[in-house]
Structures are given as C-alpha cells and as structure tokens.
Design a protein. Structure first.
Length: 158
C-alpha cells in the first residue's frame, strides 16, 4: 500500500518545486502514470540517494547513484549524478540517503539535473510500466515534448 501511495502521489518530475515562495512550504504532486512521466522527463532511472549537501533555504544538491537507465542521453549505470532538488520532503526534495532504490524522473535545466519527490516511483513499478511491447514506442515518442510542458513533467508545487 505504501509503495502504491508513493507511486500515485509522486509519479512525475516536480521541477516547479525548486521555485518556492517565501513562507510555509508543502509538497503537492499531480498524479501521472510512469509511462507518461517517462515521455515528459529528460531521464528515467533507478537510483539511490547516497549524499546530500544543503545549498540554501530552498535547494540542496543530492548525489544519486545510477543503478539502471531507462532513458537519458549520456547516463551510465554505476555513475553518480548531481541532482538539484528541494531541501527536504516538505519542499518536494528527494529523500535522505538510505540505500533505498527509487524509480526517478529527472529533468535537465541549465546543464544540470533536476528532480523532486514528485518524480519518484517504486523501482519495480517503473520497470513494470516500461516493460512489454509498448516500451520502445513510448520511449521513442518521448523525444518530443507535449504541448504546454517544459519537458520536465512539472506538476509538483510547494
């Protein structure tokens, strides 16, 4: 149940979480299927957070170890990415380092990777959503962004 709830609540990349207004912060994620989130994201990986460096009140740099790449030009298994996100879960930030593996939808902005709590699903759910005969067609279609999006699947607000 917890995994399903996480996947429903956090199935898209939430780059909007990095632009906060002053005052209280609360993460809110729109529901989207992992296959659709993959089309909108610049990268879809299975990764684990191995470190976090707070940057300021609104962001942190997360170190993410890549375990599997479903989509993402230049990404390699075994490498560690620098991913900008919110400073904590309330601000849609990635989880603290725990060794847990997550399906992650990431966006590219200003030459760097961006992600959020809204862009996480259970690793097994990402694998299941991207397996089967639809997989290649869906990933090929991902190279063109949907109208009205910035290619990041933004839908997380804080």
């Amino acid at each position: 149940m917890r995994g399903r709830r996480l996947s429903v609540a956090a199935a898209i990349v939430g780059l909007g979480a990095l632009s906060f207004a002053s005052g209280a912060q609360a993460c809110s994620c729109a529901e989207i299927h992992p296959r659709a989130a993959t089309r909108q994201a610049d990268a879809a990986i299975v990764g684990s957070v191995v470190g976090v460096v707070p940057q300021d009140r609104y962001s942190a740099e997360y170190r993410v170890r890549v375990h599997r790449v479903y989509k993402g030009s230049g990404l390699r298994v075994g490498t560690t990415l620098s991913v900008q996100s919110g400073p904590n879960g309330k601000a849609c930030g990635l989880p603290s380092p725990s060794g847990d593996r997550y399906g992650m939808f990431l966006g590219r902005r200003d030459g760097g990777w961006r992600g959020s709590l809204c862009g996480l699903v259970a690793a097994k759910e990402l694998a299941a959503a991207l397996s089967g005969p639809q997989r290649n067609r869906d990933l090929d279609a991902s190279s063109s962004s949907s109208a009205g999006t910035d290619g990041s699947g933004s839908g997380c607000a804080a």
